[in-house]
Design a protein around this ligand. Structure first.
Ligand SMILES: Cc1cc2nc3c(=O)[nH]c(=O)nc-3n(C[C@H](O)[C@H](O)[C@H](O)COP(=O)(O)OP(=O)(O)OC[C@H]3O[C@@H](n4cnc5c(N)ncnc54)[C@H](O)[C@@H]3O)c2cc1C
Length: 408
């Protein structure tokens, strides 16, 4: 990640024991939790309290690609899921409690301590320690997955028309074979629409071993890897998912070790994520120029996906000021000095392309953006730093990312 969770020579707070549910208000459809609760723990609580799926309360959005993440982390990065007409996570938060640098505990919402509410959400822990938060829930239901192969140029018109037909979630996973003329230009669109049907008796889901096998192919033979993955996804067309669970999936945190042993190499490589946002009209052009950049040698694209986000008009440092296309690339990073430079150039190059298209980038994941890129994409950044200085003059809450960007 971008160095936000850690700070050299600081005390790192491990929140994982702060994992209790404090209140479940079934009339209001909200749940109040301690900050260290993970999505899995919250879901376990909600499902234990409510036997029926349809009509009970469930979560609105979570990250995809990883599940063992806390709600405090989700709030502090102002995350997003794959809703077709959802704003970032701030939209789902009713209130929070924050410990201030001098020890004062404040309750924040849109009505009280509203300025701190806007700063703490998406504030990467720099505006205080969030002890608990109240989350807005949605009516839980079953969703039918619809899968089709389409070109990148069609993605947003299709998203828009399916959203108008009632599809609530969706994403587009694009071709990562850099030797193909379809590289970043074709992909698999999966959308999810509420249904009265219940899950089939036998549904295809990726096992850990299958996930690893796809990951291995994506490193060794991206043409075959993409084709097999596409075939797998198309075979899941029509499957039914619980709305609470459809964004859960396989993620093996020690994948790089498994991969190194399967590929018989001692070189450690991991995937580094980067996320760019561009206006939807600019998306096809962005993908075309990104393809040129990403075809260059080094740091290949192993996986990538596209989603959509509504504007965040609430947080102090919004990453989505208007409705945007969200484009996520996972690049292979070989952790050796000679290899890193090429990857860093690609990360910076992608941000530059997004800026040219009138877009921006996500602060989470890495800190390779140049100072100019940071300030272009986040014009409020200096005001944000001023707020930080005024509220926490001694920098009691700090992390490596903040130190890197604040003192440039
Ligand atoms: C494989 C993978 C897939 C991902 N997919 C998505 C995605 O689909 N959408 C998306 O938006 N993001 C995604 N992310 C990014 C992820 O949402 C963020 O990195 C998130 O912050 C991780 O949560 P965490 O619990 O690990 O938090 P940490 O990484 O531990 O913390 C993140 C930040 O929050 C701060 N923080 C944590 N708890 C508190 C608290 N209680 N009070 C104050 N500050 C706190 C930390 O100091 C740090 O700055 C993904 C990450 C990975 C690794």
């Amino acid at each position: 990640m971008g160095g936000q969770p850690y700070g050299a020579e600081t005390l790192c707070l491990d929140t994982t024991k702060l994992a209790h549910v404090l209140d479940f208000d079934t009339r209001a459809g909200t749940v109040t939790v301690e900050c260290g609760i993970t999505w899995e723990q919250l879901i376990r609580f909600l499902h234990a309290k409510q036997e029926r799926v349809t009509g009970s309360w469930g979560i609105r959005q979570k990250q995809t690609g990883a599940d063992d993440l806390t709600l405090g982390g989700a709030l502090s990065a102002n995350i997003h899921g794959r809703g077709l007409s959802y704003a970032p996570f701030v939209q789902d938060i009713a209130s929070l409690r924050v410990i201030q640098p001098a020890g004062q505990i404040l309750h924040c919402s849109r009505e009280s301590n509203a300025a701190l509410f806007r700063l703490a959400i998406g504030g990467y822990g720099l505006f205080g320690f969030v002890t608990e938060l109240t989350l807005r829930l949605r009516s839980r239901c079953y969703l039918r997955r619809h899968v089709q192969s389409i070109s990148s140029a069609e993605v947003f018109p299709v998203f828009e028309s399916l959203a108008a037909e009632g599809h609530e979630y969706g994403d587009y996973q694009f071709n990562v074979d850099e030797n193909s003329s379809d590289f970043l230009r074709a992909g698999i669109l999966a959308t999810y629409c509420p249904t009265d049907a219940t899950p089939h008796q036998v549904q295809r889901n990726l096992s850990d071993q299958e996930w690893l096998a796809f990951l291995e192919l994506a490193h060794t033979n991206r043409k075959a890897g993409y084709e097999k993955y596409r075939a797998f996804y198309l075979s899941t067309d029509g499957q039914i998912y619980d709305s609470d669970l459809h964004a859960f999936g396989v993620y093996l945190s020690d994948y790089s070790r498994h991969l190194a042993s399967r590929l018989r190499t001692s070189r450690l490589s991991t995937l580094m994520i980067t996320e760019l946002f561009v206006p939807m009209a600019a998306f096809p052009d962005f993908m075309a120029t990104a393809a040129e950049l990403l075809r260059k040698p080094g740091a290949p694209v192993i996986y990538g996906t596209v989603r959509t986000i509504e504007a965040d008009r609430e947080t102090f440092l919004p990453w989505a000021r208007t409705r945007m296309a969200c484009i996520i690339f996972n690049l292979q990073m070989i952790h050796e000095p000679a290899e890193l430079g090429g990857a860093i150039n690609k990360f910076r190059g992608l941000i530059e392309l997004a800026i040219v298209c009138g877009g921006t980038y996500y602060l989470t994941y890495h800190r390779y953006a140049t100072d100019q890129q940071l300030r272009t994409c986040y014009p409020e950044f200096d005001l944000w730093l001023k707020e930080k200085r005024e509220r926490d003059p001694e920098n009691k809450f700090a992390n490596d990312w903040f130190r890197a960007v604040a003192h440039r």
